[in-house]
Design a protein around this ligand. Structure first.
Ligand code: 5AD
Ligand code: SF4
Length: 442
């Protein structure tokens, strides 16, 4: 069979990295069955959408895409529409949209392969069973996600994740290692271990393990150059864990540690299980042990009942902890969460004003921290070459900063180089290849 005769697929991903990981699994499923990727949904026979319902905005975007897909289907373009992820766990997508061919949940992709296969056979005139096509096996990117656990047992009161993804369910260390190995064999150089509450990894296993065990299990795999993990809940950051990281040199000193709010009463109502003072101490602990660490955080404005004084607490905390990057969100009530029952009483306009203040504050902080790197030499893993401008490359530092650099040499994605930083913006460092090696590079 040649490519012209092959059915095509397109995967649209909304939301978190967990969905991106699942997307790569679905991609494998489709390619193993002989489907080839299409450049756009309207050119695909099969469109699979991975949905997110963590905030209202992501839900709205999904439903408008679904409307567009319906039109493509009616006009004879798209033949199979599939929906997976969090929204079906919350709403009756299939019942309300009869033109959707399969609706599956947010569990591990392989749980649903029979259902998808049935929809493909019915609508695409396909034979059953996998048809291994070596030519079309998806290539790994340079950085690949590996899920270590699904779900979350923290029950933050604004968050829909525990309801739609269930309690924490860790995968075995063996499964994680096998998955990472497969991705490295396909060309990946960096593995990012993923969990909504990654530091709680392994507590639920019959033979309990820790995130350090999972990190150690991938650390010696051939081809690996860097390892990261996300997301860290502040309450789970311990000195013991941080000391353990010291024995795993490929693990990058980068921590994504949401603080969500900078006011103790709000944190209590969010059920975050730490105080502002404890958050500050956890960050200080990280910086004591890893002075070069990169830190990012999530913040919410306009949580029910948030007063102006409480919001000022968030601004103060932001200025105090000075993280490299912050992901900032306006609160949106999520169905079935405790906070939903408390009413969404902060006006939209106030939320927007508060968000704008945070964005400005963080931009200034990010710029200051990036400027402090000027004239230093940093280790950068090449991500992409700029095809429009030869000699320009983009990569990431160990602390997860974006670094743009120029070089007269040829570099491939995944190469690790030294970059001398000349300039900085709030979002990136800009520099040039350095011949002066700061330390031995892989
Ligand atoms: N409204 C706004 N932001 C939310 N987040 C989670 N739930 C909500 C909500 N209901 C944010 C948190 C979390 C990130 C993934 O999304 O900051 O860390
Ligand atoms: Fe949601 Fe809180 Fe779990 Fe994060 S830690 S996924 S915000 S319940």
């Amino acid at each position: 069979m040649n490519d012209v005769a092959r059915p095509t697929y397109f995967i649209k991903v909304f939301g978190c990295q967990m969905n991106k990981f699942d997307a790569s699994e679905f991609e494998r499923f489709f390619t193993e069955r002989g489907l080839v990727p299409a450049p756009a949904p309207e050119q695909a026979d099969v469109v699979h959408v991975l949905t997110c319902c963590v905030r209202q905005k992501a839900e709205d975007k999904f439903f408008s895409l679904l409307g567009a897909l319906r039109k493509h289907k009616l006009s004879g373009g798209v033949k199979v529409i599939g929906v997976s992820g969090c929204i079906p766990e919350l709403r009756d997508v299939g019942g309300d949209h009869a033109f959707v061919d399969y609706v599956i949940g947010s569990g591990a992709p392989e749980k649903y392969y029979d259902q998808i296969e049935a929809a493909l056979i019915k609508n695409l005139d396909m034979k059953t069973g996998a048809e291994p096509v070596a030519l079309h096996m998806p290539q790994s990117g340079i950085s690949e996600f590996v899920t270590v656990m699904r779900g979350c047992t923290n029950y933050c009161t604004y968050c829909v994740v525990p309801a739609v993804r269930g309690p924490e369910q860790s995968r075995s260390v063996t499964a994680i290692r096998a998955d990472a190995r497969r991705r490295l064999q396909a060309g990946a150089k960096e593995i990012i271990l993923l969990g909504q509450n990654a530091l709680a990894y392994g507590m639920d296993l019959t033979r309990p393990a820790t995130l350090l065990d999972a990190l150690s299990a991938v650390h010696d795999l051939p081809g690996l150059r860097r390892v990261r993990f996300v997301t860290s809940h502040p309450a789970w950051v311990t000195e013991e864990f941080l000391h353990g990281l010291k024995f795993l040199p490929l693990v990058c000193a980068y921590f994504h540690i949401p603080f969500q709010a900078g006011d103790n009463e709000t944190l209590k109502r969010m059920n975050r299980k730490y105080t502002v003072e404890e958050y500050i101490e956890k960050i200080a602990m990280i910086r004591r042990l890893f002075p070069e660490a990169g830190i990012s955080a999530d913040v919410i404005v306009g949580f029910p009942g948030e007063t102006d004084a409480q919001f000022q607490g968030t601004v103060r905390l932001m200025k105090r902890v000075v993280v490299n990057q912050a992901y900032m969100f306006k609160y949106s009530p999520r169905p079935g969460t405790p906070a939903e029952r408390w009413g969404d009483d902060v006006p939209q306009k106030t939320k927007e004003e508060r968000l704008a203040v945070l964005i400005d504050t963080q931009r200034e902080i990010s710029l200051r921290l990036n400027r402090a790197q000027i004239e230093s030499t940093m280790e950068v893993m090449v991500d992409t070459a700029d095809h429009m401008e030869p000699g320009r490359y983009k990569g990431r530092t160990r602390c997860n900063r974006v670094a743009d650099f120029t070089s007269t040499k040829k570099h491939n994605p995944g190469d690790i180089v030294s970059v001398l930083i000349d300039k900085a913006t709030p979002h990136a460092l800009i520099g040039r290849l350095s011949t002066r090696h700061k330390r031995s590079l892989l």
